[in-house]
Design a protein around this ligand. Structure first.
Ligand code: IPM
Ligand code: MG
Length: 364
């Protein structure tokens, strides 16, 4: 059966990094019998330029019909003056919500070849292997009421910005189940991150996570941490963490922080999974400052293809091969600009070609 992939390059470096990921898919088709085909569609700023909508109907149709979605990145200064619903970020939040992608897996694995690329001491980060499980379609990103309102009378009249952080029990329960299931395939430990000392929404979060743990996953070891402490512990002693489960906003922040343990956010893939759909994307953004210059690191996108093979396409063997190909190019000393730290670097295209060459060599 043919596998259908919806490919959404997006903005900035999106098209460049996606191009390299598609080369990898070509090799998997040609040399490993993958049998995948893909169609491209516009999202983010590209969607706005094309169709006046950051998540155009044609893209929606393609994404819904696909076995998996591969996304590059969205956003750029060009679209910042637009009204919020028309901005690139609205396209990204739109597709996550439309496809019901509630569970966002963001693995942070330190590659031993890159120990020196991190700003932290090698002994702190050597061996770090964390899975951040971020709730993706609720919390303060989506809660109502939201908006900028006028209040007060006369000279006290002023505007007030409002967002609402809310979670229902069922929303917490399903992301908790996701995290506990992920932990069973790892070292059976989950740390739930909240702000239950201050926020009611976190109090319910914590109660619900405990309930799911006791009733359905008693074999999984559960701990809790306040988000401010977690931000500190990630830098102080990241090896204490295995699976971290948290809400949308805390997960956004902590996953960027965790990424820097690896030396570059350019290395980190992600999977966003719902009941019926799944989307794979690098966690870095569109990097408008280096867009179109062939300088971007395509490895996060290539590793996102690996996650797609593993989580959506049931091709664990190919995912392992692809991961090994990435390790092999790092072993060879290839570094894109973000990893090079002043030494010589390779281009985005060269990095993609090198991964393809390793894959081809491993196929024979
Ligand atoms: C991410 C990004 C997005 C988010 C932005 C681009 C809307 O930062 O995927 O982490 O906040 O979720
Ligand atoms: Mg983010």
């Amino acid at each position: 059966m043919t596998i259908k992939i919806a490919v959404l390059p997006g903005d900035g470096i999106g098209p460049e990094i996606i191009r390299e990921a598609l080369k990898v898919l070509d090799v998997l088709n040609a040399d490993y019998g993958l049998n995948a085909e893909w169609q491209q569609a516009a999202i983010g700023g590209a969607g706005y330029d094309d169709a006046g909508d950051p998540y155009p109907q044609a893209t929606r149709d393609l994404a819904r019909a696909a076995d998996a979605v591969l996304l590059g990145a969205v956003g750029g200064p060009k679209w910042e003056p637009l009204d919020k619903p028309l901005r690139p970020e609205a396209g990204l939040l739109g597709i996550r919500s439309d496809l019901g992608l509630f569970a966002n897996y963001r693995p942070t694995k330190v590659h031993s070849q890159l120990l020196d690329a991190s700003t932290l001491k090698p002994e702190i980060i050597d061996g770090v292997d964390i899975m951040v499980v971020r709730e993706l379609v609720s919390g303060v990103y989506f809660g109502e009421p939201r908006g900028i309102f006028e209040e007060g009378e006369g000279e006290n009249r002023q505007r007030k910005g409002v967002n609402t952080m809310s979670y229902t029990e069922s929303e917490v329960a399903r992301i908790a189940r996701t995290a506990f299931s992920a932990a069973r395939l790892r070292s059976n430990r989950v740390c739930s991150i909240d702000k239950a000392n201050v926020l009611d929404v976190s109090e319910l979060w914590r109660e619900t996570v405990i309930h799911i743990n006791e009733s359905e996953f008693p074999d999984v070891d559960l701990t809790h941490m306040y988000v401010d402490n977690a931000a500190m512990q990630l830098i102080r002693n990241p090896k204490q963490f295995d699976v971290m489960v948290t809400g949308n906003l805390f997960g956004d922040i902590l996953s960027d922080e965790a990424s820097m343990l690896t030396g570059s956010i350019g290395m980190l893939p992600s999977a966003s999974i719902g009941e019926a759909h799944a989307m794979y994307e690098p966690i870095h953004g569109s990097a408008p400052d280096i867009a179109g210059q062939n300088k971007a690191n395509p490895l996060a996108t290539i590793l996102s293809v690996s996650m797609m093979l593993r989580y959506s396409l049931d091709k664990v063997d190919l995912a392992d091969k692809l991961d090994a190909a990435v390790e092999a190019v790092l072993d060879d000393g290839l570094r894109t600009l973000d990893l090079a730290g002043g030494s010589s670097s390779v281009s985005c295209t060269q990095m993609g070609d090198a991964v393809c060459a390793k894959l081809q060599a491993m196929a024979v």
